[in-house]
Design a protein around this ligand. Structure first.
Ligand code: GCO
Length: 437
């Protein structure tokens, strides 16, 4: 309890300090979206998504009910509203809707109607992600996105969902972070199917996912309400850099990783040209001149950049580390906005947040990253929204429950959600739509 008050005092002081010392008040534009994001498997776990490949994966099978969002969504939507949000980003878990190749689960469809209605009834805009890292087991058994012929299974699912939930849903994210999906599943081996350093498969998967995105975009645009819908792709702009620019080996490794996690996809979206070329792997080339027009907005996920020092992840002197092996890096979000603006579409920051179990760096991150977002908007960059990752602590993929990203701390025994002290600052900014600095 004492500990709690000490923290509360600290945060109130911090808030008081920035309000009183703030020389500038930045007002976010009236249309600006402030929201929270989550992904179904991360908040509902293997119990509610038993037909997902993550329910069969070594790091996912014990994920249980997570935050039981499947049943407690009303509570969380209400909490998001109380936090000042006007938008809520959720994912629709494909495996719950299409548990086997030839069955559609009407109960799951009804469930998502209720969730979406609830978001709308709370005066928030639902933002739907159609693919957030997970696949149905039947789709994985057909080798998922490794196999180009499988793309149409996903396109069909997207069309069905779009028809079902339009026009009450107008914001659609096709695929969340295809680069990270390919990197984690086929290079690092931490996501299913768990291949390590398999660049042939990774390149193919990434190419097919990007191809799927373009196909989905044009297919949905042709459907009723397609024209007025906002359809985009979500890209995590993750760069690796050499700690010492003179270290050629670190530089080469950093460039190699950055090509996989960022540039290969970014260049495709920018030019229509996909080029995957590494030593000792089969090159993958693909050209689609319609790709640069295949999004009404770009979802930008930004957390940090990774420095490589003698082949190890590292950080610069004085930088504050998150609970992951990367530092807080506020200027990075500004740089990312600048770079992604080359794609010529409105930008929504679909994810920003921090793993911080002690909650002693989160206020700083909120303040400093949002200052950089405000600076970018002031300079004319077209940023239209900011989604906090995430509302409640949840299942952080291969990291399990160890990483705490929630503005609400979870007690998984009681399913209680406890607002972290840093939530006071976030609520202040979201509710008042201002930033003092
Ligand atoms: C991602 C995903 C989220 C993560 C979040 C925190 O960016 O990896 O979209 O599912 O949980 O980024 O690491």
């Amino acid at each position: 309890m004492k500990h709690y008050y000490r923290h509360l005092l600290k945060i109130c002081f911090f808030l008081f300090f920035i309000i009183c010392n703030g020389k500038t008040i930045y007002h976010f534009p009236p249309y600006f979206m402030f929201g929270f994001g989550n992904a179904e498997f991360q908040v509902s776990g293997a119990t509610h998504c038993p037909d997902s490949n993550w329910a069969a994966w070594k790091y996912g099978k014990n994920s249980g009910i997570a935050c039981d969002f499947w049943n407690l969504y009303e509570k969380d939507i209400w909490l998001a509203k109380k936090m000042g949000a006007n938008a809520f980003r959720i994912s629709i878990e494909w495996s719950t809707i299409q548990p086997t190749q030839d069955s559609w689960n009407q109960d799951a469809i009804n469930h998502y109607h209720q969730v979406i209605n609830c978001i709308i009834n709370h005066d928030m805009a639902p933002v739907i992600t159609l693919h957030h890292f997970t696949d149905p087991i039947w789709f994985s058994n057909l080798e998922g996105f490794e196999n180009e012929e499988n793309i149409d299974y996903f396109v069909d699912f997207c069309k069905k969902i779009f028809i079902e939930f339009s026009p009450k849903v107008t914001f659609w994210c096709t695929i969340n972070e295809p680069t990270i999906y390919a990197f984690m599943g086929y290079v690092l081996g931490l996501f299913p199917p768990g291949y390590r350093a398999n660049l042939n498969r990774a390149g193919n998967v990434l190419k097919n996912m990007l191809k799927a995105h373009v196909k989905i975009y044009y297919a949905l645009k042709k459907l009723p309400y397609g024209k007025q819908a906002q359809i985009g792709i979500v890209h995590q702009l993750l760069r690796f850099e050499a700690y010492h620019s003179w270290n050629k080996l670190d530089k080469a490794l950093a460039d190699f990783f950055t090509t996989i996690t960022h540039t290969a996809a970014f260049n495709f979206l920018k030019t229509g040209n996909f080029s995957w070329k590494f030593a000792r792997s089969k090159p993958v080339y693909y050209q689609d001149n319609s790709a640069p027009y295949s999004f009404d907005f770009i979802g930008l996920n930004y957390y940090s950049r990774v420095l490589i020092n003698f082949l190890q992840p590292s950080h610069a002197p004085g930088e504050i580390m998150t609970d992951y092996q990367y530092a807080m890096y506020p200027i990075g979000v500004y740089n990312a906005i600048k770079e992604i603006s080359q794609l010529g579409a409105p930008i929504y920051i679909t994810e920003n947040g921090i793993a911080d179990a002690r909650d002693d760096r989160r206020p700083l991150l909120i303040q400093q990253y949002l200052e950089k977002v405000a600076q970018a908007i002031n300079e004319g960059y077209d940023v239209r929204g900011y989604f906090w990752w995430t509302l409640t602590d949840n299942f952080e993929w291969h990291e399990g429950y160890s990483k705490k990203f929630g503005i609400f701390e979870m007690n998984y025994n009681t399913q209680a959600r406890i607002l972290r002290d840093s939530g006071i600052l976030l609520r202040y900014i979201f509710s008042n739509r201002v930033l003092h600095y």
